[in-house]
Design a protein around this ligand. Structure first.
Ligand SMILES: Nc1ncnc2c1ncn2[C@@H]1O[C@H](COP(=O)(O)OP(=O)(O)O)[C@@H](O)[C@H]1O
Length: 291
């Protein structure tokens, strides 16, 4: 599907700055009202900039949706490398805050380790800080991973920023659980691996799926850790919370014509080329491989 061309837009970094401060302002309203009267004039006046033709000048403002364990982080970070935009994962922002000795750490640990969602206010505050820090470094564009996760977050984002495309990654639920339980992270370099070997046979007309383990290189092998929320009980709760709170966000974007549904056909070797094809990005990959 040739979705990318018209969806790529050149953006100015001031948009990100507006977003950071404005989502804070919006999220502090106890009753969200996203009517035009609440929008600051600068955002009302904001129009997409004309599409520039040098690929270096183009950027993306994309969102990745998908259940826990589906591989949002893996595919979002690969696309970010390819398109040279920052990968902003709210789960990573939460984990950074958790590992700091900041005032929120113990409150967040309790929420995350129960598989619940952090409040919209806290998550928007973390995201705003991240966007502001990125802007100070001259970042333009982004792929958001793990945000928005509630309708309220989606409405806040919609009120301040034009999201070009939302990629909804999908995988059968039995594979999701196994993938979460097999997830390992290198405590030194932060690399993500998976020791699970998934080989589910197709039945009753539904296709099977094979996903080879993604094993760490020897220098990471002795430093692997498991996320504290990747236990069977917590993963099941996260899947339940996803259905209740985040699935409606899929419909939010579907009804706005922004949702690209992508059923993962297998592991990275099978899925990555197909995802690039769905995004009309194969030529980017070939160019970066040649470089
Ligand atoms: N947008 C968000 N809204 C609320 N809580 C969030 C959000 N993003 C991350 N979190 C919290 O951080 C945890 C880890 O997020 P993430 O790494 O994205 O996990 P998952 O594998 O469940 O997709 C979530 O279970 C939730 O508690």
């Amino acid at each position: 599907m040739a979705v990318l061309g018209p969806l790529l837009r050149a953006r100015s970094s001031t948009t990100i700055s507006s977003m950071a401060s404005t989502i804070r302002a919006f999220s502090s309203c106890s009753t969200p009202n996203f009517g035009n009267d609440l929008k600051p004039p600068s955002l009302l006046a904001q129009k997409p900039l004309p599409l520039r033709h040098d690929p270096q000048d183009r950027t993306v403002q994309w969102v990745f949706l998908g259940c826990p364990g589906v591989g949002k982080g893996t595919y979002a970070s690969r696309l970010c490398n390819l398109l040279s935009v920052p990968h902003i994962a709210t789960g990573d922002l939460v984990r950074e805050e958790l590992s700091s000795s900041g005032p929120l750490a113990s409150q967040l640990a309790e929420i995350v380790n129960q598989g619940k969602l952090v409040s919209d206010e806290i998550i928007i505050n973390l995201l705003s800080k991240r966007l502001e820090a990125g802007e100070a470094k001259g970042e333009i564009g982004f792929i958001l991973d793990g945000f928005p996760r509630t309708i309220r977050q989606a409405e806040i984002l919609e009120g301040v920023m034009n999201i070009d495309l939302v990629i909804n990654l999908k995988l059968r639920e039995d594979a999701l659980l196994v993938k979460c339980l097999g997830r390992r992270i290198c405590s030194e370099c932060g690399g993500n691996y998976n020791i699970a070997s998934i080989d589910i046979k197709g039945e009753n007309g539904s296709p099977g799926i094979y996903m080879a383990p993604l094993l760490p290189p020897p220098h990471c092998a002795s430093k692997l850790i498991t996320r504290s929320d990747d236990t069977e009980e917590v993963v099941k709760e996260r899947l339940r919370v996803y259905k209740e709170m985040t699935q409606p966000v899929e419909e939010f974007y579907r009804s706005r014509g922004k949702l690209l549904e992508f059923d993962l056909p297998g592991g990275i070797p099978e899925s990555w080329p197909k995802l690039l094809q769905a995004l009309n990005l194969e030529h980017y990959d070939k160019k970066s491989a040649a470089a």
